[in-house]
Design a protein around this ligand. Structure first.
Ligand SMILES: C[S@@+](CC[C@H](N)C(=O)[O-])C[C@H]1O[C@@H](n2cnc3c(N)ncnc32)[C@H](O)[C@@H]1O
Length: 252
């Protein structure tokens, strides 16, 4: 864990970058490259993380028991704390030494049915070509009553190269997320919410950080300009995992 001095030094570096590369100068210059190629991480907290972490913070009660997360277990630890009895980390990328299970979301045959109380699946589905297969596996490995906590972008940089991802396939809207998830979960077990507005979208797209926006502007949601989607999906306690028929998006 970083010392207080190291954390203060890192925070000062972010503030200096914002000071010497101000957003107003960037916007006036009409540049063709983003102000940050790292989605704002070199200027502060990336804007999408504000929404992802707010979504998980409101669902701390679901992060409990045996948990699975992709790439690392930062959110399992942060939001689950002592409620977590066991924490697994899945990744398709075999270079990730933090992973405790290597595998593809589309085929998790190494994981037994009904293993997890909670699966935190943030910012991953955009890299998976066959989403139906992946979601079938997610449902299978959840215990009855278990929670799948998902976030996906509706816009943003096509990144992931550092994780050796094969493709950057999807951008989901609240409607396409509803269409997809209702094939795998009953409607009453789903909570699907978009986030963002044009200012959030523009700022995230060019790589500004949360610290450069007011909370009020971040929190304003304009459904015509959704920038990302969060999905809480609970596996039915008793019903079979078979898919109910997909319905028309927006009908719930
Ligand atoms: C941007 S990270 C997201 C996870 C991280 N916990 C977060 O919230 O940002 C994407 C991760 O998904 C992994 N990944 C991509 N496709 C995958 C797949 N088909 N199965 C399992 N993991 C996959 C990548 O290797 C990478 O570690």
């Amino acid at each position: 864990m970083a010392s207080l001095f190291q954390r203060l030094k890192a925070r000062l570096a972010l503030q200096m970058r914002r000071l010497f590369r101000p957003r107003w100068l960037y916007l006036l210059a009409k540049r063709l490259r983003p102000i940050s190629v790292m989605a704002g991480i070199d200027r502060g907290r990336p804007i999408d993380r504000y929404f992802i972490e707010k979504f998980l913070d409101a669902r701390q009660h679901l992060v409990r028991g045996h948990c699975l997360e992709i790439k690392d277990n930062a959110y399992t630890v942060r939001f689950g704390g002592s409620k977590v009895t066991k924490s697994d980390i899945l990744d398709i990328n075999r270079e990730n030494k933090e992973a405790t299970i290597y595998g593809d979301l589309k085929n998790l045959s190494m994981i037994a049915d009904e293993t997890y109380d909670c699966f935190i699946l943030t910012q991953v589905l955009q890299y998976v070509d066959d989403l139906d297969r992946a979601l079938s596996e997610c449902v299978r490995i959840l215990k009855p009553g278990g929670a799948l906590l998902v976030t996906v972008p509706s816009l943003g940089k096509l990144d992931g190269q550092e994780d050796n991802v094969i493709g950057h396939y999807w951008r989901l809207t609240p409607d396409s997320a509803r269409y997809l998830f209702r094939k795998h979960f009953p409607a009453e077990n789903l909570e699907i919410q978009g986030w963002g507005n044009i200012l959030v979208g523009l700022s995230f797209w060019i790589g500004l950080a949360c610290e450069e926006m007011s909370r009020k502007k971040l929190d304003y949601y304009d459904p015509s300009f959704a920038c990302g989607v969060s999905i809480q999906a609970i596996k039915p306690a008793t019903a079979p995992t078979g898919a109910p028929a997909a319905e028309v998006p927006g009908s719930s």
